[in-house]
Design a protein around this ligand. Structure first.
Ligand SMILES: C[S@@+](CC[C@H](N)C(=O)[O-])C[C@H]1O[C@@H](n2cnc3c(N)ncnc32)[C@H](O)[C@@H]1O
Length: 216
């Protein structure tokens, strides 16, 4: 997850899902009547999904989009490839940081995040921080991430096997915090309520993606 150019080439599932979800929820999002929306994307990775698949769908008169990631390498890669894009800015941001940088507090109308939150073990802190990014009188967040995935069971199985155990010391860091939940939808909804969100919709969807070949 830290090799930007590889991720850039092998993110077909993320492209499909981010676009589909953004299109589906576009009309529910509270776009400003006067245009001028400020948007932040959390965990943009190499930037390709945001810049190539989501950016073209923004209202034409939006004000700015900030692409962020906790990985400096990812942000550097995104800036190098998309730095010339109009109204786009790039910053390093760990969404589970202790304190949101002052200049980002209350700055945005919309927080987006695709395929990132399953990497964040402290989701409560991440949601609190996302709330701080929003303007004080409202705004919205649109999140899509893995509640669970069969690969997580593979990690857990490997971690128990004598042969592989020594390589699997930090397994839980790579598993979505909701993977072992009996009711991930209810659990995440509760977390959203406790971190100050209103008008919440949480959906658990079962998705299948067929890769084009073994190389992918
Ligand atoms: C699977 S990639 C998703 C990239 C992009 N959003 C997409 O849909 O293709 C997950 C990204 O989340 C970033 N990430 C993980 N933990 C994060 C955190 N605490 N704060 C910000 N970004 C984080 C990783 O560095 C990685 O680039």
């Amino acid at each position: 997850m830290n090799h930007a150019s590889l991720y850039h080439r092998a993110s077909a599932v993320q492209r499909r899902d981010a676009k589909q979800i953004f299109e589906e929820f576009y009309d529910v999002m509270q776009w400003r009547r006067d245009g001028g929306d400020k948007i932040i994307d959390v965990g943009s990775g190499s930037g390709n999904v945001l810049m190539e698949n989501i950016y073209p769908l923004f209202p034409p008169n939006f004000d700015e989009v900030m692409s962020t990631d906790c990985s400096e390498k990812m942000v550097e890669f995104a800036r190098k490839n998309y730095g010339e894009t109009e109204r786009a800015i790039f910053e390093v941001l760990d969404i589970a940081c202790k304190e949101i940088p002052e200049h980002l507090n209350g700055r945005f109308d919309h927080v987006l995040s695709f395929y990132c939150l399953h990497w964040v073990q402290d989701q409560r802190l991440a949601l609190e921080n996302m709330n701080k990014l929003l303007r004080v009188d409202g705004g919205d967040i649109l999140l899509a991430f893995l509640a669970t995935n069969p690969i997580y069971d593979v990690y857990l199985t490997l971690a128990e096997r004598e042969k592989w155990r020594c390589y699997m010391k930090d397994t839980m860091k790579f598993i979505s915090p909701l993977h072992l939940s009996d009711d991930p939808g209810a659990e995440f909804k509760k977390l959203l309520e406790e971190t100050g969100y209103e008008d919440i919709a949480v959906q658990i969807r079962e998705e299948v993606f067929i890769y084009e070949g073994t190389q992918k």
